[in-house]
Design a protein around this ligand. Structure first.
Ligand code: AMP
Length: 190
């Protein structure tokens, strides 16, 4: 299996680049943000809990996220591979992902980190908010999400550096040029 973690702060282009990667490498997609938003639209109990965190810009608790991923990986164990988008966001999640993949004799093949300066992130997310209708794409929540990224999510970089699968990519410029750099990183581990 080719398992790719696409990583970076909110607004770094993970969703956009995931679409390109899925098409080129024929991977299944797990976006924890999309899974949570589906729970919210379905008015499930999990959705109600998740919404209370998402609307504040906080992370949804690890147990909820890891449980969701566990269910998904089970169903995708026999695919070509998976792109993990917006997950893992904490060291506990990164450890859990390693364990879950290990149960299927698989591992994270590469972790692609999209590097984008903070000013650009805020600008992109505000612009997205005008069309996305996402309740968390407003200035106050955007700033909170970026600060949560800095404190809780950024340490995940060191986890993958230690694993030897870390690939930093400049996430500014044209979508196409960024995708070329991502493809080179993925091809280097295939
Ligand atoms: P995203 O669509 O990836 O930007 O995620 C939107 C929001 O969903 C985040 O700000 C978090 O509140 C929540 N979320 C998504 N993925 C995770 C995760 N892996 N761990 C915790 N919370 C998450």
């Amino acid at each position: 299996m080719l398992n790719v973690v696409i990583f970076g702060p909110p607004g770094s282009g993970k969703g956009t680049q995931s679409e390109n990667i899925i098409e080129k490498y024929n991977l299944a997609h797990i976006s924890t943000g999309d899974l949570l938003r589906a729970e919210i639209s379905g008015h499930t109990q999990l959705g109600t809990i998740a919404k209370s965190y998402i609307d504040k810009g906080d992370l949804v608790p690890d147990e909820i996220i890891i449980g969701m991923i566990d269910n998904k990986i089970e169903s995708l164990a026999h695919t070509n591979g998976v792109i993990f988008d917006g997950f893992p966001r904490t060291e506990a999640q990164a450890t859990a992902l390693d364990e879950l993949l290990h149960e299927h004799k698989a591992k994270v093949s590469v972790m692609v980190n999209l590097e984008v300066p903070k000013d650009e992130l805020v600008e992109r997310l505000l612009k997205r908010g005008e069309i996305s209708g996402r309740s968390d794409d407003n200035l106050e929540t955007i700033q909170k999400r970026i600060s949560v990224y800095e404190t809780q999510t950024k340490p995940v970089i060191d986890f993958y550096k230690k694993n030897g699968v870390y690939k930093p990519i400049k996430g500014v410029g044209s979508v196409q040029n960024i995708f070329v750099a991502i493809s080179e990183a993925i091809d280097s581990v295939k």
